[in-house]
Write a protein that binds this ligand. Structure first.
Ligand code: SF4
Length: 346
């Protein structure tokens, strides 16, 4: 399958996850993002399962991600005014970077700061909540062939070993056919398999669980010796603080980025750019190329790029710009609505 089809598939899987997470255990509030991870491993789709009440508190910190330097400040900011070096744990890097992060955090209204006797003091506005319940990684492979299966098996084995995620899945398209059992047998047994059929678009019943995943939370990042021997489904244990911080950074990036951010790199201001409905999902489409364009194709260097004509901006698109801006607003509104759904859950 071509990369553009894979990109389109990835968007459909993201939308499915938003509508129907969790595929086997029933509804769970979640935030969905795409193309996130660490230096070593980038996941196609990331599902962050959230605690609804804590997530509502997280939303009070704003819609942007809180990066790792800011997290150090925000998580440890004290309830009472205090010199930042007394209040915060040593970061493991020079304090001047922390000072910069304190200024940035105050500039974003995440904490309060003041100067006393030539010292910077800070205090929190509200405690940073424990909003992340579980992190789930999904690899999307619409067309599972031999070489894709080999690559995926390797990637999923990495996920199982690092236990950065709590659960790993492979999503693959069946369109009514059975998935090739021989290829699926090569996947690590801990990874779940989601057999999707998006031929009728995206809806909550568009996927079946072909294999149930195991809980990975007691893998390599765990502090305790895993109990239950080699069977990860029987392991127990919690992760070390470093792994937990890394997970929180991933969750923050997922929250800030979501999965509709492709409009930030694509060209919705091109006259050929369209959002096409696939069931309950909107997927970008290029009318000139007659397909879902990849983010790389749909860029300023695209030879077919053609700016939307200025008169579009006066025909039903007054003041706030043409359809390009309209697409961006539609996608931003959808993202906002999904965040509201997650914290209004229960
Ligand atoms: S013509 Fe190029 S820039 Fe325009 S929508 Fe198609 S891929 Fe994107």
């Amino acid at each position: 399958m071509t990369p553009d089809a894979e990109f389109g598939y990835e968007l459909l899987v993201c939308r499915y996850a938003e509508l129907a997470w969790h595929p086997s255990d029933g509804p769970r509030p979640a935030v969905v993002a795409r193309q996130l991870g660490t230096k070593e491993r980038r996941w196609d789709t990331v599902v962050i399962e959230v605690d609804p009440a804590a997530f509502a508190v997280r939303r009070a910190f704003g819609e942007r991600a809180i990066d790792s330097d800011l997290l150090h400040v925000v998580r440890h900011a004290p309830a009472e005014w205090s010199w930042y070096r007394d209040a915060l744990p040593h970061p493991g890097y020079p304090w001047r970077y922390v000072r910069q992060a304190v200024h940035r955090a105050a500039g974003r209204d995440l904490i309060e700061k003041r100067r006393r006797n030539n010292r910077i003091q800070l205090r929190r506005k509200r405690p940073y909540p424990d909003w992340v319940e579980r992190i789930v990684a999904v690899e999307n492979k619409p067309d599972l062939d031999r070489s894709a299966a080999d690559r995926l098996a390797e990637q999923l084995t990495h996920d199982v070993d690092t236990a950065l995620a709590d659960e790993a899945w492979l999503a693959t398209e069946t369109t009514g056919e059975r998935v090739e059992p021989a290829l699926l047998r090569e996947m690590p047994i801990e990874a779940g398999i989601l057999a999707t059929d998006f031929s009728e678009g995206v809806h909550p019943d568009a996927a079946d669980v072909a294999w149930h995943p195991s809980d990975l939370s007691g893998g390599a990042g765990a502090t305790d010796e895993p109990e239950g021997g080699d069977d990860p489904s029987e392991r127990t244990g919690s992760r070390d603080p470093e792994t937990e911080t890394l997970r929180l950074e991933i969750a923050e990036r997922a929250y800030g980025k979501g999965w509709r951010s492709y409009h930030e790199t694509m060209r919705p201001d091109c006259r050929h750019f369209e959002l096409r409905r696939e069931g309950r999902s909107l997927v970008p489409r290029c009318a000139a190329k007659e397909k879902v364009p990849t983010a790389r194709e749909c860029s300023g260097s695209c030879p077919d790029f053609s700016p939307e004509p200025p008169q579009w901006r006066t025909k039903g698109w007054p003041i706030e710009g043409g359809p390009g801006k309209g697409f961006k607003r539609v996608l931003a509104r959808r993202r906002e609505r999904e965040h509201e759904t997650a914290d209004a859950f229960e």
